[in-house]
Every structure is written in structure tokens, then in C-alpha cells.
Design a protein around this ligand. Sequence first.
Ligand SMILES: Cc1ncc(COP(=O)(O)O)c(C=O)c1O
Length: 364
Amino acid sequence: MSGRIYNFSSGPAVLPEAVLRRAQAAIWDLDGSGIGVLEHSHRGKAFMAVLERTEARLREVGRIPDSHAVLFLQGGASTQFFQVPMNFLGGGTADYCHTGVWSQKAIAEAGRYGTIHVACSSESTRFDHIPGPEATRWSAAPAYVHFTSNNTIFGTQWRQEPAVPAGADLVCDASSDIFSKPIDVSRYAMIYAGAQKNLGPAGVTLVIARKDFLERGSRELPTMLQYRTHVGEHSMFNTPPTFGIYVIGEVTAWIAEQGGLAPMAELNQAKAKVLYDFLDGSAFYRGTARADSRSLMNVTFRCRDEALEPALVAQATARGLDGLKGHRSVGGMRASIYNAFPMAGMHALVDFLHEFERAHAGAR
Ligand SMILES: Cc1ncc(COP(=O)(O)O)c(C=O)c1O
């Protein structure tokens, strides 16, 4: 880790060191081709091999069934906020679970194309929890149901998928927890994620979706906005984000080397527990998410004396603990600890928080 520090950024975020080293080498020479990955034609043999192996690795690690397509798109998750309703809403009604800033943005975009029924919301308690089935009302026949599996800004995460009515098509923004734990893809009509947290660099959006669902999409839209275009062309209708696809392939290989998604989930549990246990035992700090809804990816917390927070963030940065400042809309601190974030960094953070508390507890 020479010269590298602990990176708690919410995204783009820390990537596995082994992947960065492989990517360094591949920028110079991809798979012994004598040409770097950034320089290869997307239609040449070398890149076609990258595309194929990346999809194969994703299918293996994520147990993605043949019923579902794997697409590499562009425009970020924010493009999916409108591409989904453009394709599937058509003036009808869709149900949305409203659990934070990102669901708000998805709802706002979808409202341009039909009626949005907010099936559940945690807005009245500042998005500190995931609403349960008792607080959820589905509409009669939604075109689809949308939820955000991990709320990057408020530090909450669904433990399991919302219990949607039988036959409802479930669409998930999984940008900040994709491949952090096993997922039963067969339960989803669509999962989408910007890659820049758990999968790779910014600039590529992974879409995993049932082929028959995608086929139902509008035929009136520009070609690029119809999902069937990208299914038919294997994400090669236009120039795909080649480097991002390459890195996703290496990150997925790294996950496989760790044993797959179940060991990944265990490690993520253990990492988050180090910090949550410390916060729970402290009278100086407090976690902001309700215990039953806490995210394993983004731990949000505050000093009980909020005036101390700028000093905390500054001192942490000086100690090589970078990116702890909470999102500008909520303040406080946020430790983003995606798959690649090392356990040693959790202990370094807790040691620092302890020390900061000892130095300032008397001053409260
Ligand atoms: C849960 C979630 N959804 C969507 C987005 C937006 O993603 P993008 O910047 O790729 O459009 C983010 C970005 O942080 C996010 O955390």
C-alpha cells in the first residue's frame, strides 16, 4: 500500500489492489496483444474476449440465469432513472419505495412518463429506516415496482427485497450494494447499477434484466434508449465503455478469488460490525440509521456535539483516513466501506475515533 491511504469515498471508491495492478499492466499490454486495453478497437478479437469473459464472470459470480440479459450501458444510474419509465411506464402507474435522495430523483424522472404511486416512504423520519410491509401499500396493478437497495446518503439498506404482490416486476437501483452479498436475480425484472462503487470505474452502468421484460419496452424511443437494441447487439450497438468493462471483469474475478458473494457478505458484515459496535458503545458518537436498517456499505454517524465534526473530518484526513465527510445534504460523517475496503482500515478508523473522543470528551 505504499503511498496509499484509507479511502472512505462513497464513489468512485476504493478498488481491490490486485485489480489496480492488473489494470496497470493491461493499460500497457492487454493479454499479451502488444496493445493496451485503452487502445484496442472494441470490435477486435482482444476486446471481444474481454467482453465475453466479463459477462461470463458476472453470470458465474452473480448466478445470473439465462432468462436475464447482462448489459453494459452508459449515462450512469441517473440515466436509468428515466430510461426505465420511458420504456415501461407509458402513461400507466408504477410503484416506488421512497427511501432517500436517490429514490427521490428516480421518482421525479418517472413522473414525466406516468403516475407514480409512492408505496412506502421514510421521509417523515429523515430517511432513517427502511419501511416494513405494514407501512407499505401497493397499487392495484403497477407497471413495475422500484426500490433502491442501499441508500448511499442516509446509510440504510434493505435486508431483503420488498414483498411485492405476486407477478409484479421488481426493478432495483443497486448502485451502492451490488455484489456485496448473494442476490437471487430470478426475483428481479431489472437490476441496475453505476459501476463506480462496488464494480469498477465511473462511466459504465451494469444492467441485469429479464429478456422478456426488456422486450416489452417501448418501440417509439430513440434506438439507444430501447433496451432491446443493446440485448440484440450484446452492448456493442455503439462503442461501449471498454475500460470500464475490462475493470468490471477483473473485479468480478477478484470476488471469485475471495470465494464469491457469500464470503464477501460475511466480510462486509464483519467490517461494518467493527464500526457499529464502537458507535453503539459510545456516548460521544451516534449512528444515524435505525439499527434494523443499517447499511453495511455506508455507515453514517455524528458527534453528539455536531460542532466538533469539521475538526474530526480534518484530523482524520491528516491521518490518512480520507472521504469521511457526510453528503452535503445531511452533514455528519459517512464511512463508505464497499467490498474492496480492507478490514485494517476499519480498525484504523475506530482507533482514530477513540482517540478523538478522548481528546474532546471533556470539552462537551
Ligand atoms: C443508490 C444510487 N443511485 C444512483 C446514483 C447515481 O449514480 P450515477 O452518478 O451513476 O448516475 C448513486 C450515486 O451515488 C447512488 O448511490
